[in-house]
Design a binder for this molecule. Structure first.
Ligand SMILES: Cc1cc2nc3c(=O)[nH]c(=O)nc-3n(C[C@H](O)[C@H](O)[C@H](O)COP(=O)(O)OP(=O)(O)OC[C@H]3O[C@@H](n4cnc5c(N)ncnc54)[C@H](O)[C@@H]3O)c2cc1C
Ligand code: FES
Length: 275
């Protein structure tokens, strides 16, 4: 295990409390080992270490972009960095999304990518990979309200109008949740595969809908990550280590997880109901 020093190249406030920080790093091998859905451990010395899944990376420019929502001290400190200052990262960790011709085969059928809130960020590298495949792609981006909407220009640049924006309160785009939008699409179109990332209750409801319709899927799930090396057990969900066997689980795995959509574990390992 080793840490890589990253220097902040640019910073952007995407929406209320949502920031993107682009770092340059001199470690091509690190960048080459990244793939959509894998995560890095971000270490701010003297403050905290926590997991984030890059929203972009570029081997030729040696850059890595982290997009995150400010939740506590770690993410607030990251959002307050000034250009030129350094942080450290280790990894990348986890399995990432699987994209293969075998998974996506379905002729004229559609592949959906569904992101809820900050869960949209780690889906950008996946969308870029899927665009290299010979598939029809539609992206659903759901937010609570218009002031939390981000990355829509980026999605439009990548996909044109092959995307739907929804807000729970109807302040922008379609009124409703990501699950409502996907359900509508499933009623109208033949969908061969769904990829998703977002709040666990959204993922759980979407998983139930997709199981019911028999649509295979992969979802990136969140748990408390400490070592990220598969040793401490902090991230275990029904015997699977999120940092090793996850964070992306497919429909077969998700179906067998009794804690998915029901329980999470706190920093001290106490099992708590998921609200
Ligand atoms: C694999 C993975 C990828 C993630 N990718 C992203 C991302 O791309 N963008 C983003 O905004 N967020 C992402 N997160 C969530 C992110 O790790 C937390 O928002 C962050 O750790 C909060 O830290 P804090 O110090 O700001 O807040 P704190 O006050 O320390 O914690 C606030 C809440 O954040 C969560 N959290 C805190 N520490 C951890 C930890 N070590 N592991 C998991 N959750 C934690 C807990 O729910 C906690 O209650 C990801 C989480 C995981 C597990
Ligand atoms: S965080 Fe996964 S085993 Fe330690």
């Amino acid at each position: 295990m080793y840490y890589v020093r990253c220097s902040l190249k640019s910073k952007r406030e995407e929406a209320k409390d949502i920031f993107s920080c682009t770092f340059s790093l001199n470690d091509i091998k690190f960048l080459q080992r990244l793939m959509p859905g894998r995560f890095v451990m971000v270490w701010l010395p003297g403050i905290d270490e926590f997991p984030l899944s890059p929203s972009d990376y570029n081997v030729s420019n040696s850059t890595l972009r982290l997009t995150f929502k400010v939740r506590g001290l770690g993410t607030r400190s990251l959002s307050s960095l000034s250009v030129g200052s350094s942080i450290f990262i280790r990894g990348p960790y986890g399995n990432g999304f699987r994209v293969s011709k075998h998974i996506l085969q379905g002729g004229s059928k559609l592949v959906l990518v569904a992101g809820g809130g900050i869960g949209l960020a780690p889906l950008i590298p996946l969308i870029k990979d899927l665009l290299q495949q010979d598939v029809k792609l539609h992206v659903v981006c759901g937010f609570r309200s218009s002031n939390e909407v981000f990355f829509i220009n980026e999605i439009t640049n990548l996909l044109g109008d092959s995307h739907t924006v929804s807000t729970d309160d109807g302040s922008l785009g379609v009124k409703g949740t990501v699950v409502d939008v996907v359900q509508n699409l499933l009623n109208k179109r033949k969908v061969s595969y769904v990829y998703a990332c977002g709040p666990e209750m959204m993922l759980y409801k979407l998983h139930r809908v997709l199981l019911d319709k028999g649509v295979p899927h992969q979802m990136s799930v969140e748990r408390y990550v400490k070592c990220a090396l598969g040793i401490c057990g902090a991230c275990v969900i029904d015997g699977l280590r999120l940092c090793k066997e996850g964070p992306v689980f497919n429909d077969v795995h998700l179906k067998g997880l009794k804690e998915f959509g029901r329980y999470k574990r706190s920093a001290s390992g106490v099992r708590e109901p998921l609200l």
